[in-house]
Design a protein around this ligand. Structure first.
Ligand code: CA
Length: 231
């Protein structure tokens, strides 16, 4: 699953250009037209990065930035501010409210894309890499292939996404609800037992003989990808 960027911008043409360019770079994009909408979308979309326009109707970009920094669920999400103001004092103000970076309008799209990628490489490296390798399990997003040691592992599309999601968050326990959201999407009509069924299939494909099980079941909490302990 690629990184998700939340674009907060009230000007529709600019928002469209940003969406188009971010999607061309392989990112998933969510868009909010106002700060109020952004606050709602934040919980639904769980973005990896926010591109935030300074000039917004209602809650301003600066105020939104301050709020995002004060809430536990958004405190660590990186923010790039778009600002029409080139004044040094405004830049400092933007950074002091908690933005990680800023670009001044009119900005060059390649420059903005480069900054988005630079931040995400640092804050969400697993979402940026084409190949995830943990222990002896390797998942190649670009080639859509999985291997364990020298052996190719054949997975159906759902097991592939499930493994990708688990490996992106390796070492962290994911609840069945989180796995449902991340792999099937919020609107899917599947219940939590479906997760167990697919975890079972994934394990069956991943494990041969007495190989170590890289997926640990955490009682009443969920699953965690812990990689191999025996390599
Ligand atoms: Ca604006």
């Amino acid at each position: 699953m690629s990184a998700k960027v939340l674009v907060v911008e009230d000007e529709a043409p600019l928002a469209e250009i940003l969406r188009y360019n971010l999607e061309s770079e392989g990112f998933r994009v969510a868009h909010a037209e106002s700060g109020e909408e952004a606050l709602i979308l934040l919980d639904e979309e769980r973005p990896d990065l926010v591109v935030l326009d300074w000039m917004l109707p209602g809650v301003s970009g600066i105020e939104l930035c301050r709020r995002l920094r004060s809430m536990t669920n958004s405190r660590s999400i990186p923010i790039i501010m778009l600002t029409a103001r080139g004044e040094e004092s405004d830049r400092i103000r933007g950074l002091s409210t908690g933005a990680d970076d800023y670009v001044t309008k009119p900005f060059s799209l390649p420059e903005l894309m480069a900054r988005v990628k630079a931040i995400l490489r640092r804050t969400a490296p697993r979402r940026m890499a084409d190949v995830l390798k943990i222990g002896d399990v390797e998942l190649d997003r670009a080639a859509h292939k999985v291997s364990r040691g020298l052996r190719q592992v054949r997975l159906g599309p759902t097991e592939f996404r499930l493994l990708e999601f688990l490996m992106e968050s390796s070492g962290r326990v994911l609840s069945r609800a989180q796995l449902l959201d991340g792999v099937w999407g919020r609107d899917a009509f599947v219940d939590e037992r479906t997760v167990d069924v697919h975890i079972g299939r994934l394990r069956k494909a991943l494990i041969r003989g007495n190989e170590h099980d890289p997926i640990r079941t955490v009682r009443s909490a969920g699953y965690v990808f812990s990689g191999s302990t025996d390599d």
